[in-house]
Design a protein around this ligand. Structure first.
Ligand code: NAP
Length: 317
């Protein structure tokens, strides 16, 4: 069994995900020292105040000096750039991973910038909320959530084993798959649902004023759930759609065909088609709950509260 303990951990980017990982590691004594890196002074100050790290610096190469583990946790489009910036300070045997929501492009671009790409393992904890920044971090974020690691052919098995041990120690269930497979799976389970939410909320935003105020008044009828997802970080989601273009476009194509089929069924009064679909989708909800990926909603939970079982009031990826 690999050791989930590291002498010095560098967190490049210290927002919701890296901040939560830092808290979870500190709680369990899994890191001798945590050094955070962020561009803005107020991010670094807040990370220190909240106890997410022992030191906070602006220069990625300075942050990774002497680190045996480096976790890249900036928005997806900045991951390759920060990998290049930190490379001169990196120890040759340091393990490097990332938490980005897209993998194929990130894995290729980050590996290309590292002195020892065999020690890099792409990662994606499938857990999150629509909040961002250091203040959004909480230690139980990864409990009972999936974390996907995406090693490639020449990735060092020791680096993979140590990261599996790390994510398991902070409560996650770890799967490994290729970066390409990850991107296809996430396009349907995460990216398409977000795109639908952005579209629906966008449609409402364009409604005439008097209709809009009615929507807000009666939002509990389903619209609220979409607004929560559509409040997710604009930078991150722009990066995800632009960088997982092929898989997302394929899923949009399938979705639009199905939407047109439903439109037709409604127009022609084909209730049996609607009923059959809604019965099948109910079954899917049951399967998702059985797979431990959803919880019955707790109505007393506010958006930014966390239940004792570690479930945030809201979850998006
Ligand atoms: P976040 O809360 O916004 O934190 C991002 C951090 O990166 C901040 O510390 C920010 O500080 C720094 N940063 C931003 N732009 C940067 C740049 N151009 N160069 C260097 N540092 C930069 O983001 P997050 O939600 O933790 O997401 C981080 C990563 O996790 C993303 O790749 C995302 O795809 C992935 N992820 C997110 C979720 C989710 O639900 N949010 C779930 C799973 C995975 P400064 O602005 O001060 O530099």
């Amino acid at each position: 069994m690999s050791e989930p303990h590291f002498k010095r951990v560098a967190m490049i980017g210290i927002g919701l995900i890296n901040g939560s990982l830092a808290l979870a590691m500190r709680e369990r004594g899994m890191a001798g020292e945590i050094v955070a890196c962020a561009r803005q002074e107020r991010t670094r100050a807040r990370a220190l105040e909240l106890g997410l790290c022992d030191r906070a610096v602006a220069d990625p190469a300075e942050a990774v000096a002497g680190a045996d583990l480096v976790v890249l946790g900036t928005p997806p489009a900045a991951l390759a750039e920060v990998a290049g910036a930190m490379a001169p300070g990196l120890a040759p045997d340091a393990i490097v991973t990332d938490v980005g929501s897209i993998k194929t492009l990130v894995v290729n671009e980050v590996r290309a910038r590292l002195p020892n790409p065999r020690r890099f393992v792409g990662g994606h904890p499938v857990a999150g909320t629509e909040h961002s920044g250091p203040d959004a971090a909480f230690a139980t974020l990864f409990q009972n959530r999936r974390c996907i690691l995406t090693p490639v052919e020449d990735t060092d098995p020791d680096a993979v084993a140590r990261l599996v041990a790390l994510w398991q120690a902070v409560g996650a269930k770890v799967d490994t798959m290729s970066p390409e497979h990850h991107d296809r799976v996430l396009a349907i389970t995460s990216h398409l649902p977000h795109l639908c939410a952005y579209t629906i909320v966008g449609t409402v935003a364009d409604l005439e004023e008097h209709l809009q105020s009615e929507v807000f008044k009666y939002a509990a009828g389903g619209f609220t759930d979409f607004t929560r997802i559509a409040a997710s970080d604009p930078t991150m989601w722009r990066d995800i759609f632009l960088n997982n273009k092929e898989a997302v476009l394929e899923m949009i194509g399938r979705f639009m065909e199905d939407l047109v089929a439903l439109q037709r069924a409604i127009r022609w009064g084909q209730g049996d088609i609607l009923f059959d679909l809604f019965t099948r989708t109910r079954e899917i909800r049951r399967s998702v709950i059985q797979a431990g990926q959803a919880y019955e909603r707790k109505p007393q939970l506010k958006d930014d509260e966390v239940s004792p079982d570690g479930e945030p009031g809201t979850t998006s990826l």
